[in-house]
Design a protein around this ligand. Structure first.
Ligand SMILES: Nc1ncnc2c1ncn2[C@@H]1O[C@H](COP(=O)(O)OP(=O)(O)OP(=O)(O)O)[C@@H](O)[C@H]1O
Ligand SMILES: [Mg+2]
Length: 233
């Protein structure tokens, strides 16, 4: 639920970004994007393929610099134009959980080790998080797969593992980029319900990029990215 009294966990102000294309004019992808995400709330972003949704998430997560703009992660003001530093990786792992369309699990590691990789990256004590990792895998319905390697799991199961991995550090925000894009309709709906309900339960805010209108409608705020601008619907 979102209302005016909730604290803002993330704010983006005036984010602009272009890509230079050899032999052509610059491609302007983001044009003064403003975004506000409140504590324990969810926001969806829709938009045509290639309109800049992933680019926006990458700038917000400090994986890519913007050409212009400022980010506020809670009280922390970040110049979005500055090049992301390697030292930001542990901050990122602690504060942001990510879920991608193609899961990105590490093939050589077990399911449990994959979930704990988030903890390792953030510098949090692994032994203290192992029980939580196991509980999250249970909640996601893949508790019995914790010692398997990802290639033995179905797509839906892999995405459930990726959601557990995104949640394990109790991040403030989860950025989910078409998390159901590779799943059939029924599995996609199951995974989406798990993602939305676990964010609510954990009081984690969510930015959801999706092409699916009914998933988009399930978030507190719906937006679309068009001509580089985020439109609140
Ligand atoms: N590193 C890059 N260099 C040049 N152009 C890029 C780069 N990254 C993205 N683009 C271009 O920027 C535009 C926006 O890409 P982006 O991946 O953000 O779109 P999207 O909205 O996520 O699309 P989709 O729905 O297909 O995932 C595209 O035209 C893409 O080709
Ligand atoms: Mg994308």
């Amino acid at each position: 639920m979102s209302n005016q009294e909730q604290d803002t966990v993330l704010e983006a102000r005036g984010l602009s970004k272009s890509f230079s294309i050899v032999g052509a004019a610059d491609l302007k992808v983001l044009n003064e994007v403003n975004l506000t995400l409140k504590e324990s709330s969810s926001l969806s972003i829709r938009g045509d393929s290639g309109c800049g949704k992933t680019t926006l998430l990458n700038v917000i997560a400090r994986l890519e610099p913007a050409d212009k703009g400022t980010l506020f992660w809670g009280d922390r003001k970040i110049d979005a134009v500055s090049k992301p530093l390697a030292t930001e990786a542990s901050w990122r792992a602690k504060h942001i959980g990510v879920v991608y369309q193609s899961y990105y699990l590490i093939p050589e590691l077990t399911v449990l080790e994959n979930v704990l990789m988030s903890v390792r990256l953030s510098g949090l004590p692994i032994t203290e998080y192992e029980l939580r990792a196991r509980e999250l895998l249970e909640q996601m319905g893949v508790g019995n797969k914790s010692m398997q390697i990802p290639s033995k799991l179905s797509g839906g199961e892999r995405q459930r593992v990726a959601i557990a991995r995104a949640l394990v550090n109790r991040p403030q925000v989860i950025l989910a980029d078409e998390p159901t894009g590779n799943l059939d309709e029924r599995t996609g709906a199951e995974v989406m319900n798990l993602l939305l309900s676990s964010c609510t339960k954990e009081k984690t805010s969510l930015i959801l990029v999706t092409h699916n209108p009914s998933f988009a409608q399930a978030t507190d705020k719906t937006t679309s990215l068009k001509d580089g601008t985020l439109i609140y619907e």
